[in-house]
Write a protein that binds this ligand. Structure first.
Ligand code: NAD
Length: 478
């Protein structure tokens, strides 16, 4: 499969004439060729978006909401195709690609269509004047996304961005370009006005960086790693671009003595290892109160070892492959560090798989105990199927450990005492906490982190706010 950029309503090759390989994480084979775009491609895409802006921004909210619904309808017909491509490109299990990736990609367009249709002008009456607050588009947006949830995260940005009247250039991860291409084909099929959505493929250095620094980009919405986010922030700040950063996480799952142990173990296994632990929200530090520590560990390890790892296209597979050989090496390095730091590996190693997967990026889910809460594996983002388990004594101790990282994205608390859960939740420096559940999303709620996990929030009215400029018009009465 040879992919092309999508600029001004046309699929075009990169000006560079260079290509990058797209590999299957499960088998290591080449499954596609991706253009390695450069700043000339970026320039063309930005020009196309800029030309499309006057017409697109002149449409009403209802008209743009209708376009979002058209995209959703057309994407929905490709539901199985989205799941298949996503599973092949990322190495994730097909069932997960269907239930999470395909489902949310369609839902994101429908959700924002409804939200934008329902937007109302706000009025603030004074004794002698009326204030009218309206939402205007920001302009041309750069939407940059990572490889772990490719279309899920891209659609989460495209829908509110164009819904609010902006025109955009998408830059998906070079490691997982397939479903971004499928979205462009969908957009082309429904004849969305040309230039409203453009896409350039390529890596961060040749394509992402010139896109962020381009003079005609007004807004940057970035989801990815914290160190990349820092580079993006510096580049965007130079010309005061509107900026949203959704970055890394190192999230704690806090398990109290009085939790429902069966449900908690199942929930915490899911939060530790969903998508091979490659979700920014994954609970990779598991804090267990001393009274149930041994019991929890025994049940947890049992359930982890029961997860089926292997062929991503098998409906019964729970864990697939890691995204790349480099990422696998990073995870192996962290496991080595854990051993050096005194960690005890309770389960892990390499899965035994059929020959067709021998060149893929595989590692078994790994559980590590006895590490200090200050250790590197307990505080740095590993972003793989590796969790560390720590013991705590009381509420204050759990809060202190949970706050002891540079990240502040999410977390979960497991207890039957909801008053305590809420009290503890409020003391944790993160953007999101789940109580007795994890990754239970209502798209109207704010999503995002504090500290090194990012700046700003996405979701519901927070996305609407970011992808628009609010303007107040004050009229004095006679
Ligand atoms: P990454 O930072 O390496 O890449 C993300 C995107 O940025 C890719 O498209 C990449 O090509 C591009 N990029 C790289 N360098 C760039 C530059 N200088 N300028 C502009 N763009 C550039 O991240 P990744 O490895 O793809 O994704 C994993 C990371 O993403 C993890 O840290 C994870 O926690 C984070 N993540 C966060 C969220 C969230 O919502 N907070 C969601 C998913 C993933």
């Amino acid at each position: 499969m040879k992919l092309e950029n999508y600029i001004s309503g046309k699929f075009v090759e990169s000006d560079s004439g260079e290509w990058m390989n797209d590999y299957s994480p499960a088998t290591g084979e080449i499954i596609g060729k991706v253009p390695k775009s450069n700043e000339r491609d970026v320039d063309k895409a930005v020009k196309s978006a800029k030309e499309a802006l006057p017409y697109w921004s002149s449409l009403t909210h209802n008209q743009r909401a209708d376009w979002l619904d058209k995209i959703a309808d057309c994407l929905e017909l490709k539901y199985e195709n989205i799941a298949h491509l996503e599973s092949k490109d990322t190495g994730k299990p097909i069932s997960l690609a269907r239930e999470v990736d395909a489902y949310r990609s369609v839902k994101n367009f429908r959700f924002f269509a409804n939200m934008i249709r329902d937007l109302e002008v706000e009025y603030f009456e004074m004794e002698d004047a009326t204030n009218r607050v309206i939402y205007k588009p920001v302009g041309v947006g750069a939407l940059i996304t990572p490889w772990n949830l490719p279309l899920y995260l891209l659609s989460w940005k495209v829908a509110p961005a164009i819904g609010m009247g902006n025109t955009v250039i998408c830059k998906p991860s070079e490691l997982t370009p397939m479903t971004a291409d499928l979205l462009m084909k969908t957009i082309d099929e429904i004849n969305l006005p040309k230039g409203v959505v453009n896409l350039i493929h390529g890596d961060g250095k040749s394509a992402g960086s010139p896109l962020v620094s381009h003079d005609d980009i007004d807004l940057v919405s970035f989801t990815g790693g914290t160190s990349t986010g820092s580079i993006v922030a510096q580049s965007a700040a130079a010309s005061f671009k509107k900026l949203s950063l959704e970055l890394g996480g190192k999230n704690s799952s806090i398990i109290f003595n009085d939790c429902d142990l069966e449900k908690t173990v199942t929930g915490v296994v899911r939060s530790g290892f969903l998508n091979q632990g490659q979700v920014c929200l994954c609970g990779s530090r598991i804090l267990v109160q001393e009274g149930i520590y041994d019991q929890f560990i025994q049940k947890f390890v049992e359930e982890v070892e029961n997860m089926k790892i292997g062929d991503p296209s098998d409906e019964n597979t729970a864990l697939g492959a890691l995204i790349s050989p480099e990422h696998l090496s990073k995870i192996e390095e962290y496991i080595r560090i854990a051993k050096q730091e005194g960690g005890r590996i309770l389960t892990g190693g390499y899965p035994c798989l059929p020959k067709e997967f021998e060149n893929g990026n595989w590692i078994a889910p790994t559980v590590i105990a006895d590490l200090s809460v200050e250790s590197r594996c307990s505080t740095e983002e590993i972003f793989g199927p590796v969790v560390t388990i720590h013991k705590f004594t009381n509420d204050e101790h759990a809060i202190q450990i949970a706050n002891n990282t540079r990240y502040g994205l999410a977390g979960s608390i497991w207890t039957e005492d909801l008053e305590k859960a809420n009290r503890v939740a409020e003391s944790i420096h993160t953007g999101m906490i789940w109580i007795n559940t994890w990754l239970h999303r209502d798209l109207r709620t704010p999503f995002g982190g504090v500290k090194d996990s990012g700046i700003g929030r996405e979701g519901g009215r927070w996305s609407i706010g970011f992808f628009s400029e609010t303007m107040n018009i004050c009229t004095k009465h006679d």
